[in-house]
Design a binder for this molecule. Structure first.
Ligand code: NDP
Length: 265
């Protein structure tokens, strides 16, 4: 059975929510961590929470939309630990606006953070894993990566795009000993809705009830760990909402009616 002991795990979106919880659980499991996000102060807070000594953790500030800086960050990661065993591509933002209200700038922003940023870092780390002859990409999609809901058109599109990209990457790299796990969370209790792109260029700025009633990030992180260690290709973690994925597959007309009749948030 695989373990995380001494494995090097690079986490994006590590300053909050899911990334933070996964960092804490992985530290308890003996991993060495690289933490990335934009807010350095929050990364330092998370690093302290993990309890890891400085030789086991590296804070690597990163804006995933600044793709020109990624190769230098990969060099720093390699310089420190000499390898990257797992890359958890988790940084993301969401949306709370209808198609009629969302601006093209919002759509570009959602795709730049949630899709192109992920693609760019994946391409930057891929040669490292190919040289190692081992490595595991884990990406945070969403239940919204498997179906479409109101006020999330750009978010859903960005998460759907991840599935095509990572299914293709899995097929291309399996023979080289690499793995890909796509994680689709349902509602997880994080502050993600605070920074959601709202209407008229404003941030949504509210904690949504669906998130607050969602799964605790720590419980999520424990399930995440089990799924990754057992090398699942795609996994759904959340409450009842995750069954929407099965409705979409087996009873799409019913799911369409349910979503149509639900309020936007
Ligand atoms: P949070 O808002 O708590 O975390 C988002 C993380 O992404 C933060 O660490 C943030 O760090 C980072 N981030 C955002 N923009 C950038 C950027 N441009 N460059 C680098 N890092 C960035 O939300 P969650 O933990 O909930 O979200 C994590 C992932 O989970 C996302 O991909 C989200 O889509 C997905 N997800 C969440 C669900 C939920 O219910 N919570 C459900 C389904 C999927 P910083 O601001 O410091 O840069």
């Amino acid at each position: 059975m695989a373990t995380f002991t001494n494995q090097v795990v690079w986490i994006t979106g590590a300053s909050s929510g899911i990334g933070e919880a996964v960092a804490v659980v992985l530290a308890q499991a003996g991993a060495r961590l690289i933490l990335s996000a934009r807010r350095v102060g929050e990364l330092q807070r998370v690093a302290a929470r993990t309890g890891l000594t400085p030789d086991h953790i590296l804070i690597l500030p990163m804006d995933v939309t600044q793709t020109d800086s990624l190769s230098s960050l990969v060099e720093q990661a390699q310089g420190r630990f000499g390898r990257v065993d797992y890359l958890f591509l988790n940084a993301g933002i969401t949306q709370r606006s209808t198609v009629a209200d969302a601006s093209m700038a919002d759509y570009h922003r959602l795709m730049n953070v949630n899709f192109f940023g992920v693609v760019a870092l994946t391409k930057a780390v891929l040669p490292v894993m190919q040289t190692q002859g081992s490595g595991h990409f884990i990406v945070t999609s969403s239940v919204a990566g498997k179906l479409g809901t109101k006020q999330r058109s750009g978010y859903c599109a960005s998460k759907h795009a991840l599935h095509g990209f990572f299914d293709a990457l899995r097929a291309e790299t399996a023979d080289a000993g690499l793995f890909v796990t796509i994680i689709c969370p349902g509602y997880i209790d994080t502050p993600i809705s605070l920074h959601a792109l709202g209407t008229g260029g404003q941030l949504h700025g509210k904690l949504d009830a669906n998130q607050q009633k969602g799964m605790s990030p720590t419980v999520f992180a424990q399930r995440w760990m089990r799924a990754v260690l057992s090398r699942k290709e795609e996994v759904y973690i959340g409450g009842l909402e995750k069954y929407g994925i099965y409705l979409k597959r087996f009873l799409p007309g019913l799911l369409s009616r349910i979503i149509r009749n639900r309020p936007g948030e």
